[in-house]
Design a protein around this ligand. Sequence first.
Ligand SMILES: CC(C)(COP(=O)(O)OP(=O)(O)OC[C@H]1O[C@@H](n2cnc3c(N)ncnc32)[C@H](O)[C@@H]1OP(=O)(O)O)[C@@H](O)C(=O)NCCC(=O)NCCS
Length: 151
Amino acid sequence: MSHEPPIFQPMTADDLAAVTALEAALQSFPWSLGNFADSLAQGHVAEVCRLGDELIGFSVVMLVLDEAHLLNIGVARGQQGQGLGARLLLRAIDRARSDGATRMLLEVRAANEPAIAFYRRAGFSQIGLRRGYYPATVGREDALVFDKDLR
Ligand SMILES: CC(C)(COP(=O)(O)OP(=O)(O)OC[C@H]1O[C@@H](n2cnc3c(N)ncnc32)[C@H](O)[C@@H]1OP(=O)(O)O)[C@@H](O)C(=O)NCCC(=O)NCCS
């Protein structure tokens, strides 16, 4: 029921089908179920957000030494703009920091303006550009590299 508060839990194998369906609704070149399963198998820190029975968000972070990489994050379209993405991201940052990360990095499609605004709002700044990093409907699309100091 929609008046319940959202809950945040570690992503498990039981979530993979719902997470993959959510991702497919959000991205034109979505992660596959296998991509999410590989992340869990590799021990990446992955979380889901639920509203009642419905899975409405997720985040996936890889920690390499003291660098956390935000690999993926998404909020269901009908639930966007209410602060859930920010809560998922803040939780991922807190967890990364307590796991010893001193910075968080991410790549975002150069044309993904809502996500770029979202990351800037969360204190990330652009540190680089990877040309042709992403597949696109026509040709390739650049990635912007962002980071945030966690110290
Ligand atoms: C990016 C995404 C996770 C944000 O989730 P969300 O729950 O809508 O974000 P929030 O409501 O927490 O927004 C937090 C801040 O981000 C910014 N923001 C979020 N969506 C925005 C939009 N569409 N346009 C401009 N700014 C936006 C705002 O500054 C907002 O702060 P405010 O509420 O004080 O104005 C969500 O849009 C999404 O799932 N997008 C599709 C998947 C995707 O692109 N993921 C990122 C791949 S790199």
